[in-house]
Structures are given as C-alpha cells and as structure tokens.
Design a protein around this ligand. Structure first.
Ligand code: DX5
Ligand code: ZN
Length: 217
C-alpha cells in the first residue's frame, strides 16, 4: 500500500516541520479548492511550489476546482507529479488529460461519492489514476462514507478484467479501521486527520503501508 498524507490537516504555521514529519510517505496529497466547485478555499500553485522546494516526495495535486484545464500549467510548473481533477468539474475532460500528459506528468480523475462509475468509462484507457472520494469534498476530518465501498470493489474488478493500468486511490475519512475496509481495492490511501492528529505520524503511515492491496480476482 502507498500512502499519501493530506497536508490540509497539518499545522500551516510550521509547514516545513509538518512535511518533515511524514518523511516515510510515498506521496503528498495537496488539496486545492476554489470555493466554487466546493464550499471551501484552500491554497494554489504558490504553496505547491513551496512544498516542492521542501521535499523530494512526489506531489499529487487534487484539484477541487471548476476549471482544471485553465490551471494545468500553473500546477505543473509548481512541481506536481500527478494532477488529479474531478470528472464533475466543468473542464473538457479529454482536453485536460491531454494537457496534463503533454507536461510529462500523470493525470488522474476524481469521483465524488454520488457520482457513478460509468461517468469514468470513456477515460479509463487514458488516465494514470482514479481517486475515489469517500467523503463529499471540501474539508478534512469528515466521516468515511461506507456506501462507496461497492463502487471501489467494482472499480477494482473492471481494472483487473480489462487490464487497465490506472492506480486506484481512496480519499476521505480514512483511519485505522476504515483503511482495512478499503485496502483490498486500492493502491494508494490519502489520509489527513488520522495522520496529522497524531504525534506518531511515521507509525501511522507505516500502519497504513502494511495493509495489503491484494488482488480480489
Ligand atoms: C476532502 C479532501 C481530502 C481530505 C482528507 O475534500 O480532498 O483529501 O483532506 O482528509 P481526511 O483523511 O481527514 O478526511
Ligand atoms: Zn483530497
């Protein structure tokens, strides 16, 4: 299992130390919100660029913004290794995927809890990652929505039967218990409050890393 701490849950008054405190992470999950696609506003490419200067860990920018296409270059220039945007956004999906890839970085599509898997069908061949939301996007520290589990299971089944290459990531409300529920279906776990609310972040990340994402077929 790969682990991607969501820095939205960190203490921004000491961003550098917070990033150093999750040094065993595989990725850093950077939640970008525009106050339109979601009710909250967070940070943009300036902060992503600063984080990029602080660490060698790969950065995934999770864009919860209405017009992802417009900002691909800004987040690519800021050092994102993955740009993940929402299938529910107003962006032209194919055009946006192509633009992300033209910058030599990985493209991911995110899916809200109420959005059916079929909305991703036209894009499975073209993407590197599917981010399945297990909370409605907007805030860290929300409660995991177990009703998303059948969707995760189905996604893994489609991936294995059709031999797609995309990674599966889950995001929202993951803790020691909910992680066990999603582990069979996912390659990457994003987690904010569970990791950053602890003084033992290295141990919490190691705990998540040890969960296996075994094949279900
Ligand atoms: C929700 C964000 C998530 C969130 C994860 O809008 O996309 O990445 O920060 O934090 P937890 O794990 O606390 O739900
Ligand atoms: Zn996120």
């Amino acid at each position: 299992m790969k682990v991607s701490p969501s820095i939205l849950a960190c203490d921004f008054t000491k961003l550098k130390e917070e990033i150093m405190s999750v040094s065993n992470a595989d990725f850093l999950h950077l939640d970008v919100m525009d106050g339109i696609f979601v009710p909250n506003i967070t940070f943009g490419p300036v902060i992503v660029d600063s984080i990029n200067r602080l660490t060698q860990i790969q950065l995934e920018s999770h864009l919860m913004i209405i017009d992802a296409y417009k900002y691909v270059d800004a987040f690519a220039d800021a050092g994102s290794d993955f740009i993940v945007f929402h299938v529910e956004s107003r962006s032209d999906i194919i055009k946006t995927i192509k633009k992300i890839k033209s910058r030599g970085i990985k493209a991911g599509l995110a899916l809200n809890p109420d959005t059916p898997l079929r909305s991703l069908l036209p894009y499975f061949e073209s993407i590197d990652l599917v981010l399945v939301m297990t909370v409605n996007p907007g805030f860290y520290g929300q409660k995991f929505m177990p009703q998303v589990l059948p969707k995760l299971e189905k996604l893994k089944e489609i991936k294995e039967t059709k031999k797609y290459n995309f990674l599966i990531e889950v995001d929202g409300g993951i803790d020691a218990e909910t992680a066990k529920l999603v582990a069979p279906y996912v390659d990457i776990i994003a987690s904010g409050a569970f990791i950053f609310s602890s003084q033992n972040r290295i141990d919490r990340i190691d705990y998540l890393k040890k969960l296996s994402s075994k094949s279900i077929i």
